[in-house]
Design a protein around this ligand. Structure first.
Ligand code: GDP
Length: 462
C-alpha cells in the first residue's frame, strides 16, 4: 500500500478523453486538486456550486474571441472516476478546438496526462482494484459485444467477490494457527494435520474453479487463430468463405500475420477468430507444391488450432489415412500438439454414406451446399476450449492467472508441510505466501514495475 501512495502525485492532469478525429462531441478531462481552479478560469460565468450537474458555458480565447460552446461537469472528490476533483468539458468534436482547449488547460497549470493515468489514479486512490482497472482497458479495447460484457462483469469487481470466501477461510486458518503458536502451553499443536489439510482444501476449491475459467477467458480476450490447411482443391477457400460469410457485416479485414496467407477476422459466438487461409496464393507445378507446404507450415506455426480440409470423395475412410495422405512429413511435425479438426468436405459429391468413418474426429461439410457449416463453427469453438466459466468470474489475462496459480501452489506446499508434522510456523509461511498472491491479484500488494506495465498499456486519456 505504501508503494501505491508514493506513486500518487499532487499534479492536476489533463487529456483529451475522446478519440482522435472529428465527431459530434469531444471531451477534455481534468483530474486533481486544481481541476476546478483551471475550469473556473476557462469559463467566466459558470456556477460550479452543484457537483455532478452539467452546466453550459462559452469557451473564449485569451483575447476574448469566442471558440466554442461547452458543457462542463464537475465531480467533487472523492465521488469521481479518479477519486480526485474531476472536471469534464464537452465541446463540439473538432480536433482544433480540443487541441486548443488542452493547451489552454496546460497554460493554466495542468499537466498532460500519461497513458492510463486517470485509471491509475483511480486505482491508487482505491476507487478500482487492479482487476477492475484491467477490465476498463479490456472494455475499451473490446472487439465483440461478448468481450465487452465479460470486461464489464470484471469491472464490477467479480474477481474480488469470487475470491473473498477463499480469502476469508484462509484468514481464519492463519488466525487459528497463529493463536495456537502464541498460546500453546505445551508443544501439542492446536490443530491436527488432517484438520489443517481439510481447511486448506476449502480455500483451494473455489480458487481451482476460478483458475479453470482462464481457458475461456483468454480465448474471449485474445481470440483464436485458426489455420486452414489441406491439399489444393480440397475446398479450403470455399470453406473459408463460408465461415466468413455469415458474419460478413462484422468482419474486419486484417493484414495476415504471415505474408502469403489470407487472414480474416470473424466473430464466432463473440470470440474473435482469425482465419488463416493458406490457399491464398496459387502456383503451378512442383515448385508450387513446395511453396504450399512451406506456407501451410508457417500458418500452422502462427495458429492456435488447425482445420484440415479433406476432399471426402478422395479420402480413404480413416483419420490416420487421411492425415497421412494429406500431410507431408514436414506438416505432420508442425501439427504435433496442435488442436486439429478435420472437415470432410464435398459431402454433396460423396457416394453412399455421409456419416464420418468410425474413430474419426471431424465434421462432414459441403462448401457447395452449406451443409455442416454451423456444426463446423461449433466444433471450432469446442476445440478451442470455449466453455463459459463455472465460477462467477473469469480470469482474462496471464497476470491474473499467474496470481491464482501461485496462490494454489502455496496452498499445496502448506498441505505438504502440514503432513510432515513440522511446526506450524512453517505451514504459516506458505499460507502467508498464498495470501500475498491473492492480494497481488487485486493489486493490494503489487510491485511498481508491474503497475507501470499495466497502466502504460492504456491510451492517453483513459
Ligand atoms: P482449395 O484449393 O483447397 O482452396 O479449394 P477451393 O475452395 O478453391 O475449391 C476447389 C474446387 O472445389 C472449386 O471448384 C470449388 O468450387 C470446389 N468445391 C469446394 N468445396 C466443395 C464442396 O463442398 N462441394 C463441391 N461440389 N465442390 C466444392
Amino acid at each position: 500500500m505504501s508503494a501505491a501512495h508514493d506513486l500518487l502525485e499532487e499534479t492536476t492532469i489533463v487529456a483529451i478523453a475522446t478519440p482522435a478525429g472529428r465527431g459530434g462531441i469531444g471531451v477534455v478531462r481534468l483530474s486533481g486538486s486544481n481541476a476546478l481552479a483551471v475550469a473556473q478560469q476557462l469559463f467566466a460565468k459558470i456556477s460550479w456550486a452543484t457537483p455532478r450537474h452539467a452546466v453550459y458555458g462559452i469557451l473564449r480565447d485569451v483575447d476574448g474571441t469566442r471558440i466554442d460552446d461547452a458543457i462542463a461537469t464537475y465531480y467533487k472528490a472523492p465521488q469521481s472516476y479518479t477519486g480526485e476533483d474531476v472536471v469534464e468539458i464537452a465541446t463540439h468534436g473538432s480536433p482544433v478546438v480540443l487541441d486548443w482547449l488542452l493547451r489552454r488547460c496546460v497554460a493554466l497549470g495542468a499537466t498532460p496526462a500519461r497513458a492510463g493515468e486517470f485509471t491509475e489514479r483511480a486505482f491508487l486512490r482505491g476507487r478500482l482494484d487492479l482487476t477492475e482497472a484491467e477490465a476498463v482497458r479490456d472494455l475499451i479495447d473490446a472487439q465483440t459485444l461478448e468481450q465487452a460484457k465479460l470486461a464489464a462483469e470484471q469491472m464490477s469487481g467479480s474477481i474480488a467477490t469470487e475470491i473473498r470466501p477463499a480469502k476469508d477461510a484462509l484468514l481464519v486458518l492463519i488466525a487459528t494457527l497463529e493463536a495456537g503458536i502464541d498460546f500453546a502451553e505445551d508443544d501439542t499443536p492446536t490443530m491436527a494435520a488432517d484438520e489443517i489439510v481439510a481447511s486448506v482444501r476449502d480455500v483451494q476449491q473455489p480458487l481451482q474453479t476460478l483458475l479453470a475459467s482462464f481457458t475461456h477467458g483468454r480465448l474471449m480476450r485474445e481470440g483464436l487463430q485458426l489455420a486452414i490447411v489441406g491439399k489444393p482443391n480440397a475446398g479450403k477457400s470455399s470453406l473459408f468463405n463460408r465461415l466468413v460469410e455469415q458474419e460478413r457485416a462484422i468482419v474486419t479485414a486484417s493484414p495476415g500475420t504471415t505474408r502469403d496467407v489470407i487472414a480474416e477476422r470473424v466473430n464466432l459466438n463473440g470470440i474473435p477468430v482469425e482465419l488463416l487461409d493458406t490457399a491464398g496464393i496459387r502456383e503451378t507445378a512442383d515448385e508450387a507444391e513446395r511453396m504450399g507446404v512451406e506456407r501451410s507450415r508457417r500458418a500452422i506455426a502462427d495458429a492456435d488450432a488447425v482445420l484440415l480440409v479433406v476432399d471426402a470423395t478422395e479420402a480413404s475412410d480413416s483419420q490416420a489415412d487421411a492425415l497421412e495422405a494429406y500431410l507431408e512429413a514436414p506438416l505432420a511435425e508442425a501439427l504435433q500438439n496442435r488442436p486439429l479438426l478435420i472437415a470432410w468436405n464435398k459431402a454433396d459429391l460423396r457416394q453412399g454414406s455421409k456419416s464420418l468413418p468410425a474413430n474419426t474426429k471431424g465434421v462432414v461439410t459441403s462448401a457447395a451446399t452449406g451443409e455442416g457449416i454451423a456444426e463446423l463453427r461449433g466444433e471450432i469453438l469446442r476445440m478451442a476450449g470455449s466453455q463459459p466459466s463455472a465460477a462467477g468470474a473469469t480470469l482474462t489475462n496471464l497476470r491474473q492467472r499467474d496470481a491464482v496459480q501461485s496462490a494454489l501452489e502455496a496452498l499445496e506446499r502448506a498441505v505438504a508441510a502440514a503432513r510432515t508434522g513440522i511446526p506450524h510456523e512453517m505451514v504459516l509461511l506458505d499460507l502467508y505466501e498464498c495470501l500475498r498472491a491473492l492480494d497481488s491479484l487485486t493489486g493490494q500488494t503489487t510491485a511498481d514495475d508491474v503497475l507501470n506495465r499495466i497502466f502504460s498499456s492504456f491510451c492517453i486519456g483513459k
